[in-house]
Design a protein around this ligand. Sequence first.
Ligand code: PHE
Length: 346
Amino acid sequence: MAENDLMRQMAAFEESALAALENARDEAALAQWRTANLGKSAFIMQIFSQLGTVPKTERPQIGQTANQVRVRLEEALELRMNQLKKKALAESLKNEKIDVTLPGRHPYRGRLHPATQNMREILAVLSQIGFEIFRSPEVETDEYNFELLNIPAYHPARDMWDTFYTTDPGVLLRTHTSPGQIHAMKLFAPESIRVALPGMCFRYEQVSMRSEIQFNQIELLAVGKNITFGDLKGTLQEFAYRMFGNNVRTRFRPSYFPFTEPSAEMDVECFLCAGKGCSMCKNSGWLEILGCGMVHPTVLKNGGYDPNVYSGYAAGMGPERITILRHYVEDIRYFWGNDIRFLEQF
Ligand code: PHE
């Protein structure tokens, strides 16, 4: 009697378990079903652990049946699992169709910053006409940035080159590439030199459309015997031809720098109006691109050259200034503003 009872219960358990399995529609439901029907405390599993309490004669029959139920339920679970997986795959194939004929997305290609592109262009032209590139530090001493360039402390010319000072006495961010002149001369003296000194400079001043607190400069320095102002003019004119085109007109205006004597500034003809006068050149027809002059005897001496034997010329230009002129950029602050809409145009 007890045996028949148990057999019936097992059959009923199997039937309701299989019915419940049909209703399980996802992985979570299947896991739950497995715990309820094949887990340790599931009815069928309890039978195994309690088999010892069943009379000996009934044990084989009950044990065998329970085992068959367990195996059938496991098989049914596996089947159901496979069914659900197949269904899920079919669904995702239907819903997530890939159109292999669609055009691909273009990968975004980076590029050099316009200031870097422009620096390289200028340096390429300068190396064609015989200048070697010489790098010197952005963090300088008062001695190199001012003193050795003939700008003593309290000299009013220092106002033109106010800078950022560090907490170390006498250590500052260079205001121009000119201290590189001293480094180059000290390294090469008494050999003759022809170097281009590129790099970042810093000034403590009001930011405006035409000036920034940081900017690049490229300095030129040539030292040797019999170097004249004629060499300076000829070289800079050749540079302007190569940079702005063979027909560009240039002019030199007298100027003042403590480290050159005589000093000048070079203008190129405004390429927007061809010298007629426009808003770009403030109606003058000319655009200023650099300062220059013959290296001051004191500076030559500070660099290790005898000014009675050697002479030289130097020039300093702002490449960003040249770029805004060449590309009609209306505000120099775009260079370091990091606005991608500006940068993408180059
Ligand atoms: N260093 C000067 C400046 O920053 C430019 C310059 C360089 C002038 C070399 C003359 C010779 O204004």
